[in-house]
Design a protein around this ligand. Structure first.
Ligand code: ADP
Ligand code: MG
Length: 540
């Protein structure tokens, strides 16, 4: 049977999705392969079809127990002998499954990576007639991935000890170039056997929402899209519960899911969602890996997740059926604190913590970019694509102004003054105020004194803007001090630019619509130009 005939015969589809055929062909030639296909790209079929066409057993390493059962159920419904082994089973059941596998009665055997930790199972697995090993969600093997599972590291040893060396395929939708490299090295996949299709999700519209009240936004969104199924992600169990209660109070049917619920509760909640009994799921990131619900029309992040990898994977659960869907990120600077808290309190060592901070940083850059959001994400994963023309950045018609220079002046001043002062003083120093308390400051902090000459009001507006956009932050407490964030530091180092938007000025109209910030900016520019002597500003 050809792969195409198998596609029709077992799964009822007539055409392959992008990349599927290439992966299947490589595997039929017994070449170790890395498949980088987007969420919903049909990665499962890439190993299921070779499993059916080849002799021997296909071992599938899959990280989620609930998912495993669903996959096996649906394979069995298609008449394919498949089974799974995971920790939820009785020992006897697992042993019976292994016996069937050894007798060549199974085509596919799914196992949870944690089983590889068990020496007894490992030895049993080594007696199986394995011809293909599929490592699903393969980014879990990389320490640089966003969901590292140490058990995955047991894989190379298992592979080495199998009686006949099997072909291997690693599959993932979220690998940065570094993670892809890691997977290839650890699993011995030659560079040329990487199959990569565009990571762009053409049917998704990415939206970035800032500066509004989330609950208000959510309610009006759900009102406008009353029959749609969607997922709302929040960072903490508490927030999930609170949103769940709020929605149900408003008469909107929503289930909740997080790791603090019992297994039964989680299973019920997941099934109610999968079978469209509750259209909306409010969840932490515990929900969704590998969930194959095709008609999810929106994924809304109430709070920022910890990385762009996590974001793209979670957002990617929208529109798996290819129909237009939305991925909405609600961004608030304060929510970054939640993620920082997670990092600070994680078990990770210093180096990984630093790495997690960098990931969070990338997310902040996404939240502040003026570029096409889809393109930004695709570039993050080492590819490129045209601007999508439909994300909130592509469709933003407001005038854009480069305010990098002004931002650098403000940040330099803050850094020079060792982040010990608040907005008022910083603005006064930059403006060159003659106020007594400013003149009394005597350290070399004053090298930025007067570089923005005159009006403090305008500078304060700019500081507010930079704070709201995540370039600056203020400490809490009675006398809040200004600090430059990691995002801001990138600007100081000339690695990123800062733009401000204003309502597009109506041409030929006297009533120009301008935001307060722009008015201030114009004044400031005028003043800077008029100033006779502008000391060189210092970039830290
Ligand atoms: P991934 O693991 O890449 O996120 P899945 O393997 O779960 O994606 O597949 C996503 C959906 O696409 C499933 O419902 C699957 O049945 C469907 N699918 C896979 N391949 C094809 C194909 N060639 N034609 C149509 N639908 C497909
Ligand atoms: Mg999958």
């Amino acid at each position: 049977m050809t792969p195409k005939a198998a596609l029709k015969h077992y799964f009822g589809y007539t055409e392959f999705k992008a990349g599927q055929k290439k992966v299947i062909d490589l595997l039929l030639e017994h070449k170790n392969t890395l498949a980088l296909l987007p969420t919903g790209g049909g990665k499962s079929l890439c190993y299921q079809i070779p499993a059916l066409l080849e002799d021997g057993l296909t071992l599938v390493i899959s990280p989620l127990i609930s998912l495993m059962k669903d996959q096996v159920d649906s394979l069995q419904q298609n008449g394919i002998p498949a089974a799974f082994i995971n920790s939820s089973q009785e020992f006897e059941t697992a042993k019976a499954v292994l016996t069937r596998a050894r007798r060549h009665e199974l085509k596919l055997l799914y196992i949870a990576p944690e089983r590889l930790e068990n020496q007894f199972f490992l030895e049993l697995l080594q007696t199986l007639p394995v011809s293909l090993v599929a490592v699903d969600e393969a980014h879990c093997i990389s320490q640089w991935g966003h969901d590292f599972r140490p058990s995955y590291l047991k894989l190379p040893a298992l592979l080495a000890q199998l009686p006949v060396s099997p072909t291997l395929v690693a599959l993932t939708a979220t690998a940065t170039p570094q993670v892809a490299q890691d997977i290839k090295e650890l699993l011995m996949i030659p560079a040329e056997n990487e199959v990569k299709t565009s990571f762009a999700r053409d049917n998704l519209t990415f939206k970035l929402i800032k500066g509004t009240d989330f609950e208000h936004y959510l309610l009006s969104y759900l009102k406008q899209n009353p029959n749609d199924s969607g997922i709302i992600y929040a960072s903490t169990r508490k927030k999930v519960e609170q949103l769940g209660i709020m929605l149900n109070k408003m008469g909107i049917k929503a289930g909740i899911y997080h790791a603090g619920l019992s297994e039964l509760q989680r299973r019920e909640s997941q099934e109610d969602f999968l079978y469209d009994r509750t259209p909306i799921m409010v969840a932490t990131n515990a929900f969704g890996m590998g969930i194959d619900k095709s008609n999810v029309r929106f994924v809304i992040h109430a709070q920022v997740p910890g990385s762009l990898e996590a974001y793209y994977q979670e957002a990617g659960r929208a529109g798996r059926d290819g129909l237009p869907s939305e991925a909405i990120l609600f961004y608030k600077d304060a929510d970054l604190q939640v993620q920082r808290f997670f990092i600070d309190n994680s078990q990770a060592d210093e180096q990984h913590r630093e790495f997690d901070y960098q990931k969070l940083q990338a997310l902040t850059r996404y939240a502040n970019t003026e570029e096409c959001l889809q393109r930004f994400l695709v570039q993050y994963f080492g590819q490129d694509c045209p601007d999508c023309q439909k994300c909130t950045n592509c469709t933003d018609t407001r005038e854009k102004q480069d305010i990098t220079k002004e931002a650098q002046m403000i940040m330099s001043c803050i850094v020079r003054m060792q982040s010990r002062f608040g907005k008022k003083i910083v603005a006064q120093v930059l403006a060159g105020s003659k106020a007594k308390r400013i003149l009394e400051l005597n350290f070399d902090q004053l090298s930025t004194y007067g570089i923005m000459h005159q009006k403090t009001k305008e500078i304060e507006t700019l500081i507010d803007f930079l704070t709201a956009s995540g370039y600056l932050k203020t400490s809490s407490g009675q006398f809040p001090t200004l600090h430059v964030t990691q995002t801001g530091l990138a600007v100081l180092r000339n690695q990123a630019k800062v733009y401000a938007r204003s309502e597009k000025a109506e041409r030929n109209s006297k009533q120009r619509v301008e935001s307060g910030l722009f008015e201030h900016l114009r004044k400031l520019r005028r003043q800077l130009a008029e100033a006779q002597h502008v000391p060189p500003f210092v970039i830290f």
